[in-house]
Design a protein around this ligand. Structure first.
Ligand SMILES: Nc1ncnc2c1ncn2[C@@H]1O[C@H](COP(=O)(O)OP(=O)(O)OP(=O)(O)O)[C@@H](O)[C@H]1O
Ligand SMILES: [Mg+2]
Length: 360
């Protein structure tokens, strides 16, 4: 097995594409619906509720941005979708409904397939692929990059060996790696951090996925390359109606690429809705705090940037009631520290979990 994250399978997946008569974008049926997802780590020190009842939809041809501070459960949510959570982590509840065929109303709950089942292996790395936050650990050091991309293409396409090689070269060139033919014969340790990240993007995109999960895909890249990669993702999305789940700390990137935003705090969704609502009318105090902590173009370079007051609690010391209450500017004594707010629709598109909107 070359790439340990995407194990071998003999089943070949095809990606049906949407026809022009079908609704597109946010009005189309979701390709992925995550419902009540809970993924916990059973450690010697206790249970870490890394993902604690997460819900969101991702529509074909659109980008769902997932934001939140470090440790809030973004990567574990992404890994749960592909069932690649490492021990001692385990998905303990929920559904991941996946619409394999855009034309049919049928969905399958991916969690009904075992993590190592033939069906899951045929989907993972093919129809649903992922750009990992740590590219270094996602490649095998024992095989050349060419062998690893060949393996992905062999499992998920019907291309010949020569065609697979040519496509690998083509993808390395598309992500901006010089001398792509030569690089196909090199081992990943010969790649710089930024080149590895780009090679990982090539690996994730080469199978023409219906859903791309991109976990901080551009953090190791300079701004020019980052802009090129975002451009490439957007072009792929337009051409193939690809849905993207885009995880990032960078709200500037979210403004550029996302159609919808899901804000997470301590394993839960605290707000979700269209990207313009998030920037123009953020409702949850945590969303507002995130937005005021980003640099404005008018901030003088020597001025200190505001940051969210307090620090994120350790997941094993989850505050009672609303987990954000110790850091919240709008904290209501006797309510927020006692009861846990539910995620509810406050208008047609926006969901928020906060007692400020209980009456709405
Ligand atoms: N192997 C593990 N064992 C125990 N806890 C873990 C393990 N992996 C992740 N966690 C915990 O799960 C929680 C969510 O982690 P996750 O990696 O999803 O955060 P994140 O939102 O992606 O953060 P970042 O922005 O830093 O990437 C954290 O509290 C983390 O400590
Ligand atoms: Mg992460």
């Amino acid at each position: 097995m070359i790439n340990s994250l995407y194990p071998m399978t003999t089943e070949t997946a095809t990606s049906p594409t949407a026809t022009s008569e079908q609704p597109r974008g946010l009005s189309a049926d979701p390709v992925i619906s995550v419902r009540d997802l809970e993924t916990h780590f059973f450690t010697d020190e206790g249970v870490v509720r890394a993902v604690d009842g997460v819900n969101f939809d991702v529509h074909p041809g659109t980008t769902m941005g997932i934001v939140g501070e470090s440790g809030c459960g973004k990567s574990i949510t992404a890994k749960s979708i592909l069932q690649i959570v490492e021990a001692p982590g385990r998905i303990v509840n929920g559904e991941i409904q996946y619409r394999r065929d855009a034309g049919s109303g049928e969905t399958v709950n991916l969690l009904n397939y075992g993590a190592n089942s033939e069906s899951m292996r045929s989907i993972r790395g093919g129809e649903i692929s992922m750009i990992f936050q740590e590219p270094m650990t996602s490649f095998s050091s024992l095989h050349t990059f060419g062998n690893q991309i060949d393996e992905a293409l062999r499992l998920h396409t019907n291309l010949s060996k020569n065609e697979r090689f040519e496509l690998g070269v083509d993808w390395l060139a598309r992500v901006g790696i010089p001398n792509p033919t030569q690089r196909m014969h090199e081992y990943p340790f010969r790649f710089s951090g930024g080149q590895l990240q780009r090679a990982m993007i090539a690996m994730a995109m080469c199978t023409n996925p219906k859903v791309l999960i991109a976990d901080e895909p551009t953090t190791a890249l300079d701004v020019t390359t980052q802009a090129q990669i975002l451009d490439l993702l957007q072009r792929m999305q337009e051409e193939n109606d690809m849905a993207i789940v885009f995880i990032t700390h960078d709200l500037g990137v979210i403004a550029e690429i996302a159609d919808e935003v899901t804000v997470m705090y301590l394993g839960k969704v605290v707000e979700s809705g269209p990207v313009h609502n998030f920037f123009d009318d953020p409702m949850h105090p945590y969303s507002r705090a995130l937005l005021t902590s980003i640099p404005s173009m008018f901030t003088l370079s020597r001025e200190r940037l505001p940051s969210i007051s307090g620090s994120i609690p350790h997941p094993q010391n989850r505050p009672s009631g609303c987990a954000f209450h110790p850091r919240c500017q709008s904290y209501i004594e006797g309510t927020c520290n006692i009861r846990e707010p539910e995620l509810v629709s406050v208008n047609e598109d926006q969901d928020v979990s906060c007692f400020l909107y209980e009456d709405q």
